[in-house]
Design a protein around this ligand. Sequence first.
Ligand SMILES: *[C@@H]1O[C@H](CO)[C@@H](O)[C@H](O)[C@H]1NC(C)=O
Ligand SMILES: *[C@@H]1O[C@H](CO)[C@@H](O)[C@H](O)[C@H]1NC(C)=O
Ligand SMILES: *[C@@H]1O[C@H](CO)[C@@H](O)[C@H](O)[C@H]1NC(C)=O
Ligand SMILES: *[C@@H]1O[C@H](CO)[C@@H](O)[C@H](O)[C@H]1NC(C)=O
Ligand SMILES: *[C@@H]1O[C@H](CO)[C@@H](O)[C@H](O)[C@H]1NC(C)=O
Ligand SMILES: *[C@@H]1O[C@H](CO)[C@@H](O)[C@H](O)[C@H]1NC(C)=O
Ligand SMILES: *[C@@H]1O[C@H](CO)[C@@H](O)[C@H](O)[C@H]1NC(C)=O
Length: 316
Amino acid sequence: MYLIIAAAATILPVVLGQVYSQSNLNHTCLLVPDYQSCTVNANPLTVDSCCVETYGGLVLATQFWDTYTGLESSGQVLPKNSWTLHGLWPDFCNGSFTQYCDLSRQYDPSPSPNTTTGPNGTTVSVPAYTGPGVDTFVQDFGRYDLLAYMKKYWVSQGSPSAGFWAHEFSKHATCYSTFDVPCYGPKYEQHEEVIDFFETAITYFRQLPTYDWLADAGIVPSNTTSYSLHDIQNALRIRFGATPYLGCSGPKYSAPNSTDHGKTVLSEAWYYHNVLGRPQDGKSVVLDASVAGSVSSCSNATGAIWYYERGAGSQA
Ligand SMILES: *[C@@H]1O[C@H](CO)[C@@H](O)[C@H](O)[C@H]1NC(C)=O
Ligand SMILES: *[C@@H]1O[C@H](CO)[C@@H](O)[C@H](O)[C@H]1NC(C)=O
Ligand SMILES: *[C@@H]1O[C@H](CO)[C@@H](O)[C@H](O)[C@H]1NC(C)=O
Ligand SMILES: *[C@@H]1O[C@H](CO)[C@@H](O)[C@H](O)[C@H]1NC(C)=O
Ligand SMILES: *[C@@H]1O[C@H](CO)[C@@H](O)[C@H](O)[C@H]1NC(C)=O
Ligand SMILES: *[C@@H]1O[C@H](CO)[C@@H](O)[C@H](O)[C@H]1NC(C)=O
Ligand SMILES: *[C@@H]1O[C@H](CO)[C@@H](O)[C@H](O)[C@H]1NC(C)=O
């Protein structure tokens, strides 16, 4: 039998504290079954919410395909032959989501949006963070190898990457039950869970080599050959085991009398999962993106999709 650990499941973000008020136990998760998120077992009334994801149980491993960063002159370039890490998002099981769930861990220099839901559904502002960057948190733990990996594969467009990592942590990761500070027990060191989140996002990213999966199917970046969404979806579904969401940007498809107004420049892939136990442990069940609704914003028209090559100076 399990102890009553947390407040009611219906509790909404209490932005000035933790999502849940956990017990003062040490959260030794190896003693807790790896229950699957978004099932009846993942109930914070009956299981330790530090050990089973009870809040954001639909976990999206998200990636970008960008062709430039805008900060090439300061050395911020994209990794050759690889998509880049966007984030690891804890959506609700019904596909909706919330954000900035704990303003005591707000490290985002440019909050977007700049408001969130406070107690009793009130709207509260999310203040811009002006302290040391989250890259210094990683340095403080002496994790230079992790930092080097993040600089290479977790690359922002139009802003320094460290601010983007902070955004991903404070906007999204504070909404997991399993990354709450009390989950780290009595020996918690400040920012430990931030480093843990970065490692977890990377764990998922490394299991999802979008570039290689597409290249193996003959789909490589090109500024002269376009592709069909259907072929891109098929290539990724075969390797992932479920259909990811594909996001497009750029111009909308337009042809005489066509009702297809999907966009035409491939730019994002979102891989959906339920997690078994803690996301930190990297055990998951893959899900079709249709679980949350639409599977793409891209045009379905034959040959409508551009998977553009990067500029020569934009990758290394
Ligand atoms: C939790 O850890 C603290 C510090 O190590 C210890 O004093 C306490 O007894 C532990 N509690 C449980 C339930 O294990
Ligand atoms: C989705 O689930 C969340 C969390 O349980 C809930 O707050 C929200 O109202 C739900 N949204 C819809 C559209 O059902
Ligand atoms: C919040 O964002 C809105 C919309 O982008 C903007 O109009 C407003 O000035 C911002 N507020 C603050 C305090 O930055
Ligand atoms: C939320 O609403 C309840 C019931 O109306 C009230 O007792 C409580 O003080 C409110 N909490 C906040 C933070 O406003
Ligand atoms: C578009 O629809 C109009 C009206 O039905 C028709 O006259 C025209 O031939 C169609 N154009 C094409 C390219 O199918
Ligand atoms: C693409 O096709 C799917 C399935 O037929 C449809 O649901 C979706 O709306 C289409 N997308 C666009 C942009 O027309
Ligand atoms: C290919 O096109 C994209 C989008 O217009 C552009 O950013 C990129 O520099 C081009 N790459 C090459 C090698 O021409």
